[in-house]
Ligand binder design. Structure first.
Ligand code: NAP
Length: 262
């Protein structure tokens, strides 16, 4: 993460993927501000990382679904001295069929996975764009490519993360700002809670392997990282097909022949 030894804000640092980002970034010499709702978890991690790596690790308890808390974290991004990175790892699944999913959980999902990630990325984009350096990492999911039953809002939110982050990358790369979307498959964290995970055990990666892989991809300049994708040509083929579809729907502004009357 560039600049080296700068400060990094990590959301969702109280468990799973965010907590491992905190560990690995501290190991790389970054000072940290850790954000989540569970303050005791953050404080325990900060104490551990502070003594293990001698990094300065601060914690901020914030509910990113809450507008006041989100505004405070935005302000933190604007004013923290020597800030070089923001990792948006906070997120939730709100999995379940449309007929039974808890509407409040879906509301939180949209606030955290979409709104908070957007506002914190834009706050970082304003600052890093003006400074000409900085790194933004947004955690998506392979579910972005899978509009499946039982994960409508989650899949939609991660498709948003992918498109939003790629657009930000296109805007900010010329200004020297690094923007990366990380698209994990299943990762063994607290994400699925007590519910059985809808994937076979063999598909799960540890959060340590996931973060180490994603950071390697970041070092290699990958703007979109699918940590489990062996053949990058598969993504290029997908991108090629997407480009062809875009071209096909941008031909004339007229309805397609099959929709013409009579
Ligand atoms: N695990 C997977 O299979 C998998 C796969 C692909 C992508 N992902 C993505 O990876 C990211 C991290 O998930 P994880 O697997 O590490 O799950 P996790 O262990 O459940 O961690 C989720 C983190 O998000 C934080 N969070 C949730 N709601 C929040 C809120 N309202 N305000 C502030 N923080 C909040 C949690 O902290 P508090 O509860 O303390 O607030 C926690 O630190 C998510 O974006 C998830 O969608 C996960």
């Amino acid at each position: 993460m560039k600049p080296a030894r700068s400060g990094v804000i990590v959301t969702g640092a109280s468990s799973g993927i965010g907590a491992v980002y905190a560990d690995r970034l501290a190991a790389r010499g970054h000072d940290l501000i850790l954000i989540a709702r569970r303050g005791e978890r953050l404080d325990a991690l900060a104490t551990r990382l502070g003594s293990k790596y001698r990094s300065d690790v601060q914690t901020v308890v914030a509910d990113l679904a809450n507008d006041n808390d989100l505004t405070q974290v935005e302000a933190l991004i604007a004013r923290t001295a020597n800030l070089g990175g923001v990792v948006n790892a906070a997120g939730l699944g709100a999995l379940g069929l449309a007929s039974s999913v808890d509407p409040e959980a879906v509301d939180s999902l949209i606030r955290v996975n979409v709104l908070a990630l957007t506002r914190l990325s834009l706050a970082a984009a304003r600052r890093f764009g003006a400074e000409g350096h900085g790194t933004i990492v947004n955690i998506g999911s392979i579910v972005a490519l899978m509009p499946v039953a039982g994960a409508g809002a989650y899949s939609g939110s991660k498709a948003y993360v992918l498109n939003f982050t790629r657009a930000l990358h296109a805007e900010l790369a010329p200004a020297g700002v690094i923007v990366q979307a990380v698209m994990p498959g299943p990762v063994r964290t607290e994400f699925f809670g007590d519910a059985p995970a809808p994937f076979p055990d063999a598909l799960f990666m540890t959060p340590e392997t996931l973060v180490d892989t994603a950071l390697r991809a970041l070092d290699q300049g990958e703007a979109v990282c699918f940590p489990t994708l062996d053949d990058p040509g598969t993504w290029q083929t997908f991108e090629g097909a997407r480009g062809q579809l875009v071209k096909a729907v941008m031909q004339s502004g007229q309805p397609a022949a099959r929709y013409s009357r009579g």
